[in-house]
Design a protein around this ligand. Sequence first.
Ligand code: PRX
Length: 572
Amino acid sequence: MPDTAFNMKSYEEELKSFSWEISKKELGYKDGDLINIGWYCSDRICNMGKGEKLALIWESFKGEEKRYTFNDMRVLTNSIAVYLRKLGIKPGERVCLFMDKIPELYFGFLGGLKMGAIVQPLFSAFGSESLFTRLDDAQTTAIITQKKHLPKVRNILEQLPSLQYVIVVDDDGSKPLREKEYAFHMAQEERIEEFEIYPSKAETPSVLHYTSGTTGKPKGAQHVHYSLISQYITSKYVLDLKEDDIYWCTADPGWVTGTSYGIIGPWSNGMTQCVSEMGFMAESWYKFMERHKVTVWYSAPTAIRSLMKEGNEIVKKHDLSSLRHLASVGEPLNAEAVLWSQEVFGKMFHDTYWQTETGCIVVSNYPGMKIKPGSMGKPFPGIEATIVDLKTFLPLNKTGVVGMIALKPGWPSMIRSYWNNEVIYQGKFKNGWYLCGDRGSIDDDGYFWFVGRDDDVINTAGHLVGPFEIESALIEHPAVAESAAVGKPDPVNMEVVKAFITLKKGFEPSKDLELKIMNFVRKKLSALAMPQEVEFVETLPKTRSGKIMRRVLRAQEWGEEIGDISTLENDM
Ligand code: PRX
């Protein structure tokens, strides 16, 4: 029997009556109270009598399984908090989490918050250079990592005077640790039953997520503990999480989806989550969901398209009847993928739209609401969204016209600034609206449709990659004079990185040189940011002031109209 008793009874009704007070009331929070995400995700759930409920079912690459109850999680996060505090880390200092998807990553996140640190999760796939940029910008005090990632940290440690503690969670003593390196074994630590949680308040900084823009280095998006108010209720209403659910969020916590909806939202709702260390593999994913009887699955379009590629037969080999709600985020979810999921899983993927900066889902398809495949759905109740004119930034108030997606500020999980970059942050607001930097339109029924990004950021497999970082790495190669990185179409990842390069005098284009350049940047960039193709060109299109016009190169790759270049030139 289909379950029609959704947490959000009716979108239309909710629009009339919703207020963030509902979330606060359910969480037992009143304005001015202390609020600590670490406490809300573990201690509070135990206080509600659910200490013995499973919080995490975790599987390693090898299929080894570990299970943790909410009480285990409460105690282990206490142990981590005590360890960090004893080491000398102070509230407000940045603690980077640089690990694969292992329990220490999840518990380190909550433990760090419990002792008042600002947690800074970073993809373990990052190379030394990407890591350095982010640790240097945040002036990070400590990094928690694994043995296998330690060499990348050692490479840059000397250049990072503020980085005082390198904590290794799986040191086996086979090789001596060096100065500033500490071994920490979660399972062997003293179980701390009582911990005095840092008295954070609504505006106390919590999480620092790095996100890429067109220019400059990646920016640290500064979240606060109050974000919980949005993350709790959107998890409940959009992901429809219920007491007996087994929830699987495929995102890595290096990405905001993996924290807002892979840690904070589900655990503050007292949900059982499963986590797998493995990357994408169709057969293993289906087996994983079958084994754990996953009921709610939150994933991303690239993964869905990859599953589509593997075909329908493989799906039929598995019993996936437990699945009751599917959602997706990160890139445009094409109508074909939505229809395919209906065909093979008997359920449509519900597209959700949001950003690192928004902290929570802001536009979405809701359980029970009619889905228009290809549309992102409607604004979450409590969030006012519109489309503004691309030049005046005033609401268009017209349907079917493309403009920029904009939100009225004021929901709890909006970031409070970019780390050390208030000017760029303030630049995102115009006429009282927060500009998302994405183009879209609204149809006659109030559904939002995504058109594309309004800047040069490349969205590859749902991950934003700034051209600046790639170009900076490329021009460090002795043969490269100038470079421009743009996205080119890809059937699975939506976009992949293509680099255009002009060479310095004395260098000739060749396959060999291309390989050398690729190998050179591979050490500096994460796999996602790696160019999939290099094209040597004589010159790059530029504005009169000398700025590279990536837009022209991008349009070429996508077979689109280049647009009015003269205006662009005059604009500079
Ligand atoms: O361009 C939009 C795209 O991803 C951007 C936000 O990326 P990030 O800050 O890394 O956060 C991603 C996870 C929340 C957006 O500005 N994006 C996100 N969701 C969608 C999307 N594009 C189209 N459809 C979506 N549902």
